[in-house]
Design a protein around this ligand. Structure first.
Ligand code: SAH
Ligand code: SF4
Ligand code: F3S
Length: 448
């Protein structure tokens, strides 16, 4: 070990940068927890860190490029501080493994999504030996999810909670099954125990995470499905609110739809990615539902729970998407009128089936379609928000607004952000707020 022993009494400092989805955010919280348990302290200024952990995303080409350029930019920091340890985790780490280590010689360690549970031990090993390494498999002693026990006080009153890993669907465009592995569900007891710990540290709302929560429970010893898990969480915890994401439309059961009408703490909001409005495109994507089947589920949901808000994901420019196919996507968003839509231009991902499809849509055509879709959706989203004006909504207050204008911020059950003038002491409480102004991505209101 040739490292200079700097800060012999001060704790070593670490910095975590997270790219990608909420599952990565959850994993980053667990990394934070394990590093802190080893006596390291988090630091906000990356320049002061002794250890940098980069949690990466590979879902689209752009996301991966961001990771490469960020990693590249760390070279100078490492040259100035040779004792700095740089670790890459997440989906690019799992996807590229040794290639990532070879490409960036200032990178010390690559830890895939399947090995991140052991991050504490791996960091210790790195500090002791200084040896560069690639870890892509869970070595089996910790298993799925992170062990409970000590949980760090949460900063916020809402917390993510991964209930399952991986995905068994093979959507033709998607890299997630290859970087997150096969679907595995965590045991309900472990989930409930973790919620208990979160509640004790002040959390009022959890966001249950999985690539397809609707198939929760498959392969567990105990016979339980996702609606069963939701009912248990409502019965056995005191959470004010429960959200979840994501649901695959083909697996959205009537039982789960009933939960929206039945369970008070379950937020009246569903993210239900449709991806496309053309059956031909949906079939080539291997989504295994039709646009009509999707619309039928939306209808049923709205009948059961009229106040439910819906959001979705759409890919434009999937290989072979014709102008007529794209029109069907536009018709679908017109018919559903989603509260919020996340839309992306199709991106080739290594190893996926669609990458081999030959009828790629020209970049310019796809960009034009995306702009049209986003333009129209912005109008729909604003229209939906305008319809909230004068309504009274229950807002779970999350804390001071990011805009640092002295306002407080929170969300309605429908996942709409509401900013309002109010005291800091309102944090964690549910307030009744009258909506006064609508913007395209948020609302303003006055607490009653
Ligand atoms: N498991 C979730 C989504 C995971 S990825 C689900 O099934 O809904 C999040 C979103 O990224 C997807 O819904 C899709 O719209 C988009 N996406 C995934 N792969 C993509 C690709 N190759 N190109 C463009 N968008 C993609
Ligand atoms: Fe990807 Fe499809 Fe699995 Fe979602 S359901 S993670 S889009 S393969
Ligand atoms: Fe990205 Fe991995 Fe999430 S690829 S979207 S970080 S599961």
């Amino acid at each position: 070990m040739s490292e200079p022993l700097l800060h012999s009494c001060a704790p070593r400092l670490f910095y975590i940068r997270t790219f990608g989805c909420q599952m990565n955010e959850y994993d980053s919280l667990q990394v934070l927890r394990q590093f802190t348990a080893l006596g390291y302290a988090p630091v906000e200024d990356m320049g002061r860190a002794d250890v940098i952990f980069l949690n990466t995303c590979s879902v689209r080409g752009k996301a991966e490029q961001k990771v490469h350029s960020f990693l590249g930019s760390l070279r100078r920091l490492k040259e100035a501080k040779p004792y700095l340890k740089i670790i890459a985790g997440g989906c690019v780490a799992q996807q590229l493994g040794r290639k990532l280590l070879d490409r960036f010689d200032h990178l010390d360690m690559v830890v895939g999504t399947r090995a991140v549970n052991s991050i504490g031990r791996l960091l210790q090993q790195l500090e002791e030996t200084g040896a560069r390494g690639v870890f892509l498999e869970d070595e089996g002693h910790i298993g799925l999810g992170f062990q409970c026990g000590e949980i760090l006080p949460q900063k916020g009153i809402t917390a993510p909670l991964t209930i399952m890993q991986g995905c068994n669907n093979h959507c033709a465009y998607c890299i997630v099954p290859s970087v997150r592995g096969a679907e595995r569900s965590r045991r309900p007891e472990e989930i409930l125990e973790e919620i208990g710990l979160l509640e004790r540290s002040g959390v009022r709302e959890v966001l249950l995470l999985g690539q397809n929560v609707n198939s929760y429970g498959r392969g567990l010893e105990e016979k339980i499905d996702f609606s069963g898990l939701l009912r248990r969480i409502v019965a056995e915890t005191g959470l004010s609110r429960i959200r979840f994401t994501t649901s695959h439309p083909k697996d959205l059961t009537e039982d789960l739809m009933d939960c929206f009408a039945e369970l008070g703490p379950l937020c009246k909001y569903l993210h239900l990615p449709v991806q496309a409005g053309s059956d031909r495109v949906l079939a080539r994507m291997n989504r295994r539902y039709t646009a009509a089947a999707y619309l039928e589920k939306v209808d049923r949901l709205r009948r059961l729970c009229p106040e439910i808000a819906l959001s979705s994901d759409v890919i434009v420019g999937f290989p072979g998407e014709s102008e007529e196919d794209f029109r069907k996507t536009m018709e679908l968003i017109e018919e559903v009128r989603f509260d919020n839509l996340f839309s992306f231009r199709y991106s080739d991902r290594p190893g996926t089936r669609a990458t081999a499809f030959e009828d790629k849509v020209e970049a310019q055509t796809a960009a034009g379609r995306l702009a049209e879709l986003q333009g129209r959706q912005a109008e729909i989203s604003l229209g939906k928000n305008l319809a909230e004006v004068d309504a009274t909504r229950e807002v779970l207050v999350e804390g001071p607004s990011k805009a640092s204008n002295g306002q407080m911020t929170g969300r309605t059950s429908q996942n709409k952000i509401v900013n309002f003038d109010g005291p800091l002491s309102a944090t964690g409480k549910i307030l009744r707020v009258r909506i006064s102004v609508a913007y395209s991505h948020s609302l303003k209101g006055e607490p009653l």
